[in-house]
Ligand binder design. Sequence first.
Ligand code: ZN
Length: 362
Amino acid sequence: MIRIEHQLPGDMPGHHYQFYSYHFGAPDAGGPHVYLQAGLHADELPGVLLLHRLRQRLAALEEAGRVRGRVTLVPMANPVGMAQHWQGQHHGRFAAGSGENFNRHYPDLSAHAAQLLQREEMTVKQALLTALAALPGDTLLQRLRHSLFTLALPADYVLDVHCDSEAVLHLYANHRHADAVAGLAGWLQAEASLLCDEAGGMSFDDAIVQNWRRLEAGLGLSLAIPFAATVELRGVADVSDTLAAGDEAGLLGWLTGIGVISGAAGNAPAPPRAATPLAAVECVTAPQGGVLVYQADYGQWLPAGSQLGYVLDPHSGAHTPLLNRHAGYYFARVAGRLVNAGTEVAYLAGEAALRSGMLLSA
Ligand SMILES: [Zn+2]
């Protein structure tokens, strides 16, 4: 195992951040290269715990000569977000200075990379990395994004491990990779897999795929696009050794199955549910402001018109029911119980497309 320290000079003199990547397998190893990161939204800790455990397991497997491919691991990817405490509360999703989501605005390198590929003899990955290195890194946020993207672009498989507010384990990926998603969903027993052609917003995993898709369109080629997915490792409070041990076993099975670790993986378990379109996710909003009281549990299929809970107006005493309009698998909901009218509070994976354009929340 090689540990590399990545330096991120801050936006003010005297400010400095760093994060660490861990590298397993020989650089010239023949097997596939996997990149895994956690904590991009800094306080999403189930993945940080999982990748910490995986680091220890991979170190032992490497000692035993069982790492056939390469693994790059970044267990705690966002030191900038980790430092954002105000008045006793932590805020890890948006950068304090700009308000930008840490998991949006990854760069479109395709135009520059296409020029490079037309001019010079190089691989697509080399062209993307060269185009990335040419971008300005004037701000801390740019430097963080570029550092992480530089680590991920060489990989054949990219997993960005997040968690939701309160949720079952679920995945986001591209339609293009439906078979690979089913394999990962089986090993992790993901209860929903949400697929799209383009999610919008250039989140980390989607930006990997979109760069390759745009290169395909620009060059008129068909390319073997790396698999990239976001893993939502349940809810923000689901930080437990028991859950992490099960997820670790799942990831090791997956890594063995794709040939990164030697040994017999056995057959991938069947995923609990077939993948559905991300565009078919219903975002149920609070019909009025007040106190949100949930009644139905998430982690179940609900027919249209089910009462997920209600919003209480403590002044009038009115209970306004929270209803889903479409049938779907209820996979996530917000943890906060104080809501404004119009706030998205619950998410159901349906089967028929309901939405278009930007498919991710802010
Ligand atoms: Zn996240």
